[in-house]
Design a protein around this ligand. Structure first.
Ligand code: AHG
Ligand code: MN
Ligand code: MN
Length: 333
């Protein structure tokens, strides 16, 4: 494959196809630069005092790690001045961040989970950043929560960075999924996989099985059948993986197939799942569908859900099409 950088890739899309304009290109370049800065901060770890708690909580009552706060700030600062955004929303901020009046405003809204997999930071396991891009509704000058409450089908772009043995950036503009690897010597993201595809069938599943006693019957039935292996109704053995960083689990599925589930459970009936719709489930569902996979909450397509809150939670079942279809079928039975 021809090795081109992310910048070249985007410029070629802008020139040859109608998928991207200069503002969206700038947005993606700026986000990728922020991800590079986050990757460097993570890489320094304890040497730069990056590990441990920040001593604060986010709106969801979760303890923030220092790197949650630092990554959020890196993304805000990088994206404020370019003139491509109308506002930003994040897991780590109660409400949208407005673009300071001294900078021009653009037509896009950016949402992000600045640091996904926070529980893995201090134990040196892969973490990531997830982002989603929407258009600012016409006539809205100070975008509030409502401006962001658009279904996942309205996303114009989504992506994630995974900070693992390599730092990768995975991106969709609604025309397939491309993967870029950070060349740490040149500082550029380089195209390493042009067309990511999720195999339709799989022998691998990802779920936090410690929640088993709280699962709803369709999920329990599905997992029981997988665990029964060769002697059960599926007639073959399955393998289990759970990184506890959604980005890392989803990246594995984009690479070799699999099904990822964070279902609704009865542990806390006030919550419709653990993961957040706007900056975790929607961007991942967009990427997974663009790679030929499927994403549902068990009852409906994630991308079709009409959002009601910026930080709303949702059940997530995504990955290889045939397995996601089976679990969704069990919910309907
Ligand atoms: P975040 O660190 O952004 O709060 O997200 C953590 C999420 C997700 O990355 C992962 O799949 C899940 O939480 C892990 O949950 P458990 O700790 O229940 O395994
Ligand atoms: Mn997350
Ligand atoms: Mn997070």
């Amino acid at each position: 494959m021809r090795r081109i950088t992310l910048m070249q890739y985007l410029i070629e899309l802008e020139r040859q196809k109608d998928w991207i304009n200069a503002d969206l290109r700038l947005l993606i370049e700026v986000v990728s630069r922020a991800c590079k800065a986050i990757s460097i901060a993570i890489g320094k770890g304890e040497l730069a005092g990056m590990l441990g708690g920040a001593g604060s909580q986010n709106i969801q009552g979760e303890a923030q790690k220092k790197l949650d706060v630092i990554s959020n700030e890196i993304l805000l600062e990088a994206n404020e001045w370019g003139g491509h955004l109308a506002a930003m929303a994040s897991e780590e901020m109660d409400h949208p961040h407005q673009i300071p009046h001294r900078f021009p405003r653009g037509e896009y809204l950016l949402l992000f989970d600045p640091l996904d997999g926070s529980s893995n930071i201090d134990v040196n396991i892969s973490v990531g950043t997830i982002f989603s891009v929407l258009r600012c509704p016409e006539g809205v000058t100070e975008p509030d929560d409502n401006a962001f409450l658009q279904p996942g089908t309205a996303q114009v772009c989504a992506g994630y960075a995974v900070y693992g043995p390599s730092t990768l950036l995975v991106l969709t503009l609604g025309h397939g999924v491309a993967c870029f690897t950070l060349d740490r010597e040149t500082g550029s993201f380089v195209l390493t996989q042009g067309e990511m595809r999720i195999p339709e069938d799989t022998g691998e599943f990802a779920i936090n099985a410690s929640n088993m006693r709280f699962w709803e019957p369709p999920v329990k039935r599905y997992i029981d059948e997988l665990l029964a292996g060769k002697s059960g109704p599926r007639g073959r053995d399955f393998n289990m993986r759970w990184v506890a960083s959604m980005v890392a689990d989803v990246h594995r599925i984009l690479t070799r197939g699999g099904i990822f589930m964070y279902p609704r459970d009865t542990k806390d009936p006030s919550k419709a799942g653990k993961l957040r719709l706007m900056y975790e489930a929607n961007p991942m569902a967009f990427i997974v569908e663009q790679a030929g996979g499927a994403a549902t909450n068990g009852r409906e397509r994630i991308l079709g859900i009409r959002p009601t809150g910026l930080h709303q939670r949702v059940a997530v079942i995504l990955g290889s099409k045939n397995e996601v279809g089976r679990v969704t079928g069990y919910h309907a039975a």
